[in-house]
Structure formats: structure tokens, C-alpha cells
Design a binder for this molecule. Structure first.
Ligand code: ADP
Length: 307
């Protein structure tokens, strides 16, 4: 459905994306996760045929984004990062305007507008001026304009940014409801968002995909990299020195009241740590292995890249 093949993008001398490749299947939601400046928006603008890559190639349903950009745009709904809307228009007239700009047939315009108004929960505000709407509703209008010609591909750049928690919840629900047979790419810098919404997550950092997999595989990938948390009642410095000397410990450091211990894979040295602490007469309060969250993995991958 979407095939991205080795694209790079230079803005003048600046390399913004550096050899990105991936595919998105029909009905799949792919999340782009990465810090600001990672290259998420740039990749999205290339997929939506808003600008060409410097090298490489993207096809959407078989159409090349450079050679067949009109065909790509017909099939792609795009919610850009800052959700530009004609804010002095009423919701319904704006959507009618977008429909005709996107070449929806005259006699289908009313039905298309009614349909996206219903799909995006805009019934109550259809006659209201956009600038008077809440951010949450404006974001719904942004989604509605992306959906007006019922495109099979949706590209949503930070769809929940700037919304309050209730609005975030509602927009996420809406995106889930919209997925169905559509292929969706959405970007976010919020981890729970992508792990909840997406079938697969591409972690992007400094213009490169550093990992791409299902949220559960990404979590499993590094979960045998054990992190152990230790809490002692007193003599934390002694405990820290002692732990550092144990075979299999890669690193140990203080984190608030705990000692965080990283151990090599395939070794569970919790019994050794427990025994040594007790033998040294240090009161052992807690010792447990920590599950790595997607957030930890993200930090690890991104940090590795920066080394
Ligand atoms: P993200 O969406 O992940 O925040 P962007 O794709 O917006 O990242 O930006 C990637 C990099 O390209 C950043 O370093 C950014 O400063 C740079 N960049 C983005 N747009 C432009 C532009 N129009 N001109 C020059 N540099 C740009």
C-alpha cells in the first residue's frame, strides 16, 4: 500500500532524513515515534507528495509520489502538523470547499460532507465558525478534511498535540474507528500513544529508523537485558560498591532511593546480589527485576544512536 524505499532529504546542506525504508500494508497503523527534529514530518511530507525526496522513491498504491503526485494526493488524506484551517469559515462550508478542491464530484459533495461530519463527531458544530471551536474540535475538523474524499491512506502528523487529556482520548478513539481497511501513519513523541494505537512502531532518530516492530516485539527485544532495582535500608554506598564487584553486573547507579543494576543478558543474578548484601550485613528491603517499557527501549535506542 505504502512503500518507502531508501529516501533521503537534504534541506540545503542539512541532511534531514537519511536512508529511510519501510512498508505499510492495507489496514495497518504505523506509528512514527521520535524526538523533535528526528525527521518525522519530513518523511510524511514526502509520502503525501508535498515534496520530493532528494534520493530514493515512495509509492502509494503503486503510484510514484514524484511522477504521479496527483494520483497519490487523491488517495491520501493528510493532517499536517499545525493543522492549517481557514478559521474564519464555518465547519460545513470549509468542508464543502475542501471537497471541491479535492475534486469530489458536485453531486457527491453534500453526502461526503455529511459523512465526515458524522464520522468525526462534528454534528453539533457544523454551523459554527472554526476559530471559535475548541482545539479538540478543530483537530476533528482537520481529520474531517483529510477524510473528505474517503482516501485509503491517512497520514496524521502529531494528531493529538496540544489537546487536553479528554480530547486526546477522544481523538485516539476516533483514529481507531477510522482505521478499518485504511492504512494509517501517525507521528507522535508520546510513547503510550503509539503503543496503544499502532500495529507497528518505527522509532526514528536523527533521520534514521533505529527500530521498527510491533510494540510487544520491541518490548520483548530488549527485555532480556535485565534491569534490577535494589533498595537497602542503610549503607547505600557500601551496597553500590559491593554490587559493582559482582560478576555479570554491567553497571550500577543510584536512582532516587534505589540502586539500579544493569546485568548482562541470559543471567539472573538476583540470588547472588541478595546473598552478598545480606552477608555484608546490609539490610535488604527490596530486590526486583524491572520490565522494560517501550519508553526505556526508546531511550536506549536513541541514546545508543547519539553515542
Ligand atoms: P520532526 O517532524 O521529527 O520534528 P522534521 O522532519 O520537522 O522533524 O525535521 C527534521 C530536520 O530537518 C530537523 O533538523 C529540522 O530542523 C530540519 N528541517 C525541517 N524542515 C526544514 C526546512 N524547511 N528547512 C530546513 N531545515 C528543515
Amino acid at each position: 500500500m505504502i512503500a518507502v524505499d531508501g529516501i533521503t532529504k537534504y534541506y540545503g546542506p542539512k541532511l534531514a532524513i537519511d536512508g529511510i525504508s519501510f512498508e505499510v500494508k492495507q489496514g495497518e497503523i504505523l506509528g512514527f515515534l521520535g524526538p523533535n527534529g528526528a525527521g518525522k514530518s519530513t518523511t510524511m511530507k514526502i509520502i503525501t507528495a508535498f515534496m520530493p525526496p532528494t534520493t530514493g522513491r515512495v509509492t502509494v498504491m503503486g503510484y510514484d509520489t514524484v511522477d504521479d503526485s496527483l494520483e497519490v494526493r487523491k488517495r491520501t488524506g493528510y493532517l499536517p502538523e499545525n493543522n492549517p484551517l481557514y478559521t474564519d469559515m464555518k465547519v460545513e462550508s470549509f468542508l464543502r470547499f475542501v471537497a471541491s478542491a479535492k475534486n469530489v464530484k458536485r453531486k457527491s459533495i453534500k453526502a461526503s460532507v455529511d459523512n465526515v461530519i458524522m464520522e468525526c463527531g462534528l454534528e453539533e458544530v457544523r454551523g459554527r465558525i472554526i476559530s471559535r471551536l475548541s482545539r479538540g474540535y478543530r483537530q476533528r475538523v482537520g481529520l474531517a478534511q483529510a477524510l473528505i474524499n474517503d482516501p485509503p491512506v491517512l497520514i496524521l502528523d502529531e494528531p493529538t498535540i496540544g489537546l487536553d487529556p479528554r480530547q486526546i482520548y477522544e481523538i485516539r478513539q476516533l483514529i481507531k474507528d477510522l482505521s478499518g481497511s485504511r492504512s494509517i501513519i501517525l507521528s507522535s513523541h508520546i510513547l503510550p500513544e503509539v503503543s496503544q494505537l499502532c500495529d507497528r512502531v518505527a522509532i526514528i532518530n536523527r533521520g534514521k529508523i533505529v527500530a521498527i516492530d510491533t510494540p510487544s516485539n520491541l518490548t520483548a527485544q530488549l527485555s532480556d537485558h535485565r534491569i534490577i532495582e535494589l533498595l537497602v535500608g542503610e549503607r547505600m554506598d557500601d551496597a553500590l560498591d559491593l554490587v559493582k564487584g559482582i560478576e555479570g553486573v554491567v553497571s550500577a547507579s543510584r536512582l532516587n532511593s534505589h540502586i539500579v543494576i544493569e546485568t548482562s543478558r541470559d543471567m539472573d543474578i538476583r540470588p547472588v546480589i541478595a546473598r552478598k548484601i545480606v552477608e555484608a550485613g546490609i539490610p535488604l528491603m527490596e530486590l526486583h527485576a524491572k520490565e522494560m517499557s517501550l519508553e526505556d527501549i526508546f531511550m536506549e535506542l536513541v541514546t545508543e544512536e547519539e553515542v
